[in-house]
Design a binder for this molecule. Structure first.
Ligand SMILES: Nc1nc2c(c(=O)[nH]1)N[C@H]1C(S)=C(S)[C@@H](COP(=O)(O)O)O[C@H]1N2
Ligand SMILES: [Mo]
Length: 379
């Protein structure tokens, strides 16, 4: 059973259900260096499994000299690190694309930068003693389900190099709190710089294997494909993106924005898995002209980078604000989804667009560009 794609601008019933189970970050959350718990996006393929922390044991096995079985207390007794890590779902921006896969219909908010606490994975793998035949490390979750007709536990692998990298950890806390069930309690993998699917939640086992893993979530899903029967290439690192906190006040349903004439402070955060963000630009004319914004310092090497700008909204009227990040290796964001479209609609890192009305003080009427008049009244 292949995945389903649709070209309809309307969302299906399944997408509605997915969107409610797997919510995005509220876009105004782009203001916080650390995303508050509950504002961070969620992605849950099947059910949230119940894993009892008091009887929990992590199995470390396969091609290792010393198989390990570790309780949660044993894992917590190991050296601990705390780090802000940018996380983003690979299905990011899917609803900007057409056709799109029928799964979680993300717009811009499949994001969060939480502060994770856990034990580094590298030293644990060393303790287990990888045998020479081992080429990859497989991470298996406790959650089970049927996806496109295939019964499975959620599982994915990393190369030994990737798994041993600085920052890769087995996390048991988020923002100083024990992991809540939806974020992978009692223990999850956190893989900085990669799209979220690599950070396996509800971790059941870690297995050293002799062949590159080609299971469903790696050999079939999370690949950049041109068509349904193209094998494609693996989805790995987060492409550059910048998010802005939409300025002013919103309309309730349309999410259009309203500000008064004058200086408007615009701020947000930007990130890339390929290298540090070196430039962020803002456009107020839908991406025709750009100006550089001011960059701040990120909380750490794997956190998103703050930026801000004073936009001079001189004339009343209608504008389209866009923001664009460029990273240290020169990757930047496309204006249109066609430039990055792929069959699974992964990594759609098109610029965020915010439709905004600038009004004279007290102005209530607007001419909308499609000729429809808008009225604002004070409630
Ligand atoms: N076991 C398991 N791990 C998982 C998933 C899952 O469904 N099951 N979803 C993955 C995907 S696709 C993403 S984007 C991240 C989301 O992590 P979060 O919900 O904590 O934000 O978890 C990943 N880890
Ligand atoms: Mo994801």
């Amino acid at each position: 059973m292949p995945s389903r794609v649709t070209e309809s601008p309307e969302f299906t019933r399944e997408e509605m259900l997915q969107a409610q189970r797997c919510h995005s970050m509220h876009i105004e959350g782009a203001r916080y260096p650390i995303t508050p718990i509950g504002m961070h996006y969620l992605l849950i393929h099947y059910d949230i499994p119940f894993v009892d922390p008091t009887t929990y044991e992590l199995q470390v096995a396969g091609l290792v000299r010393n198989s390990l079985s570790l309780t949660l207390n044993e894992i917590k007794a190991r050296p601990a690190v705390t780090e802000a890590v940018m996380m983003e779902c690979a299905g990011t921006g899917r609803s900007h694309a057409s056709p799109r896969t029928v799964f979680v219909p993300w717009f811009d908010g499949a994001t969060g930068c939480a502060e994770w606490t856990g034990t580094p994975l590298g030293p644990l793998l060393e303790e287990a003693g990888l045998l020479d035949e081992a080429v990859e490390i497989l991470f298996t979750g406790h959650d089970r389900g049927v996806e496109q007709g295939v019964v499975q536990n959620f599982e994915r692998s990393l190369s030994i190099d990737e798994a041993s990298r600085e920052g890769v950890m087995l996390a048991y806390k988020i923002n100083g709190q024990p992991l809540p069930p939806q974020h992978g309690a009692p223990l999850r993998l956190v893989v900085p710089r990669w799209y979220g699917m690599a950070s396996v939640k509800w971790l059941k086992s870690i297995t050293a294997i002799s062949e590159p893993f080609d299971g469903f979530q790696q050999g079939n899903q999370y690949r950049y494909k041109r068509s349904a029967d193209d094998k494609g290439t693996p989805v790995t690192l987060q492409r550059p993106r910048a998010l802005m906190v939409p300025p002013g006040m919103p309309s309730q349903l349309g999410r259009d924005r309203y500000v008064e004439v004058g200086k408007v402070r615009i701020e947000g955060h930007a990130w890339s898995g390929f290298g540090a963000v070196e430039r962020v630009e803002l456009s107020s004319d839908g991406g025709q002209t750009w100006e550089n914004v001011e960059l701040g310092q990120p909380l750490g090497p794997h956190a998103w980078r703050p930026w801000h700008h004073e936009w001079d909204a001189r004339e009343p009227g209608e504008y389209e604000l866009c923001v664009r990040a460029t990273d240290a290796v020169g990757n930047t964001q496309p204006l249109h989804h066609e430039e990055v479209w792929n069959y699974g609609t992964y990594g759609i890192n098109t610029v965020q667009r915010v439709h905004i009305f600038v009004r004279a003080p007290g102005q209530t009427g607007f001419e909308h560009q499609n000729g429809q008049a808008w009225r604002l009244e004070t409630g």
